[in-house]
Write a protein that binds this ligand. Sequence first.
Ligand code: PLP
Length: 338
Amino acid sequence: MEMEMETKSQEEIEGKYAADISSIRAAYARISPFIHKTPVLTSESLNIMAGRNLFFKCECFQKGGAFKFRGACNAMLSLDEEQAAKGVLTHSSGNHAAALALAAKLRGVKAYIVIPKNAPKCKVENVRRYGGQIIWSEANLLSREETAAKVLQETGAVFLHPYNDGRIISGQGTISLEFLEQAPQIDTIVVPISGGGLISGIALAAKSINPSIRILGAEPKGANDAALSKSAGKIIKLHETSTIADGLRAFLGDLTWPVVRDLVDDIIVVEDKEIIAAMRLCYEVLKVAVEPSGAIGLAAVLSDTFRKNPTWNECRNVGIVVSGGNLDLGLLWNSMDN
Ligand SMILES: Cc1ncc(COP(=O)(O)O)c(C=O)c1O
């Protein structure tokens, strides 16, 4: 899909999806005492490489090391006393798990976290650090769901989905409120996409504030279900995924898909080697530690797919969401010992 989308007015967006500008502003009022207002960084060198001005919204500096704390915190604080008392539950291999554990700790309630055995070590460590109770499952979605269902039955905890939930989408959307205030000149925002909670919140808020802003998803080739879904006009799920970006292996949900279908202008698909090159630039030039899923926005903007497509020539001031910084550095340190 290469055509620019029609701009949608605020009235057309309001009330049609699982979140809207009002729920996103309410989320911001609820969570702002607890979150970090993350900085926006720029680099002349990267501007020259990209041939446009880039603005990096560094959610790797968010509490828990990823944007996920915004949604988890909003969902946690939206629960009434009776619900919260039973604790919360999720299944996640990564950043949502740690974010929920941290949000539950703030509210003084239990977090039950079902984690597949193949989850990255640093993300499991984060869950432990924030006092989440870990329940292991096999490394597949069925086992995760079955294990979570069992815990739900035993505890009566409230299940909080990583992305297919209006409270989570509203929390993630608060990024746009900050970003458009910190860098009002941005005409495009490039956002990593997996289950679509992040991009849905960002698109709903940004297009309500500035209907002509472009929202582009960045997705790895080995997990390109969102790009396939956009072309097919319906949700497509893959039999398997293969990418270094461990945060980008989930599929769109029924609440995120309508937003992605209607408000996301295009999805840029990149190879893992482009993600690795972008990660290296983040370390070497920006001096920021990012995980593969967090570097994919820069990879997309530097890719030939984006640069050679005349549709995107007018993207002069591009916001890039650097979504997270949690990665296992063990391999790198081990290689230095030799
Ligand atoms: C670092 C990072 N970036 C991006 C995403 C994608 O977010 P969503 O599933 O809401 O599309 C995730 C999801 O886990 C993540 O951990």
